[in-house]
Design a protein around this ligand. Sequence first.
Ligand SMILES: *[C@@H]1O[C@H](CO)[C@@H](O)[C@H](O)[C@H]1NC(C)=O
Ligand SMILES: *[C@@H]1O[C@H](CO)[C@@H](O)[C@H](O)[C@H]1NC(C)=O
Ligand SMILES: *[C@@H]1O[C@H](CO)[C@@H](O)[C@H](O)[C@H]1NC(C)=O
Length: 239
Amino acid sequence: MAAASTMITLKFSFLWSLLLSVSLLGVKSSHSHQNGGRRTIPPTCKRIECPTHDVIEVGDGYEIRRYNNNSTVWMSTSPIQDISLVEATRTGFRSLFDYIQGKNNYKQKIEMTAPVITEVSPSDGPFCKSSFVVSFFVPKLNQANPPPAKGLHVQRWNNMYVAARQFGGHVNDSNVAVEAAVLRASIEGTKWSGAIDKNQKAGHASVYTVAQYNDPFEYQNRVNEILFLFEMESERHAI
Ligand SMILES: *[C@@H]1O[C@H](CO)[C@@H](O)[C@H](O)[C@H]1NC(C)=O
Ligand SMILES: *[C@@H]1O[C@H](CO)[C@@H](O)[C@H](O)[C@H]1NC(C)=O
Ligand SMILES: *[C@@H]1O[C@H](CO)[C@@H](O)[C@H](O)[C@H]1NC(C)=O
């Protein structure tokens, strides 16, 4: 068990350091859209810990989930200004990866989990930059007392509602926008669209969040998700 998870951590370490140094040149996938709109449990979640959730509704092209029970805890970067989600995610993941390798106030190593999520918000800044917050799911073992670290903060989802759409292939700066538009269109006119619009207008939620379950050098059975986070009036969540 410990050996297996060490292997996974090493594998992530190796693959992500390749990604970080080489940069993702010419990586293409023939698997895009293969599972668009359909529900699969990401295969990664059979190997490493992922957050649990209740499925509230499986709609046409969307799924409504609730991440509840006070058990969804994230370690998040400060907002990163960039024009590219891919670049911002790489920048953010670099700090989070150092964090789980022990670069934190307790010098504690933390197991790799999935997904890594990137919250996208519009930025006030010039040059069409957006603001990205990149987060690592804190394993249950560390949730009560995640080691603090400079530049990182804890986010807790309690009764956070999420509209989700899965897609395959590699996340890039154009397909996320397309997938987000498809999710928005699927939700239009459902009973959820009011709550989602309201949260986004109130600035409580990012425009959308991208969840990535695979490291960049896996090519088969990749699962990514576009998420719209929202609250229901009756159940406020605490962050
Ligand atoms: C982004 O991904 C889509 C498929 O998901 C692909 O068709 C497109 O060529 C990719 N764009 C870039 C710039 O790599
Ligand atoms: C919620 O918490 C209870 C009690 O701790 C536990 O039995 C249950 O499995 C949890 N549910 C989820 C979805 O995590
Ligand atoms: C949620 O977790 C936090 C931190 O562990 C705790 O302080 C709070 O009381 C919990 N809330 C509920 C409703 O369990």
